[in-house]
Design a protein. Sequence first.
Length: 91
Amino acid sequence: MCPDCGHSFSAEDVERVAETDVGFTDAFGTPLVDGDTITLIKELKVRGTSSVLKVGTKVKNIRLSEGDHEISCKIKDMGAMMLKCEFVKKG
């Protein structure tokens, strides 16, 4: 049951939504899960420094979380970073 409008969902509706709910996706719509390896598709300036993350930088073992920046990871020589899914591709 929806707490906002009071609409009641059937068990079939709940199963269908669970099957189609992808969660986190990269810039091309590929689903992402914890532990994936991703590649940057855009050059990103690191806020507060003069450093830049270059296109093609690979990041291993990501963690996903809700919020403005969905990907938590460690980038070699840069340390811990938070990235948005729209700037990465899986692989």
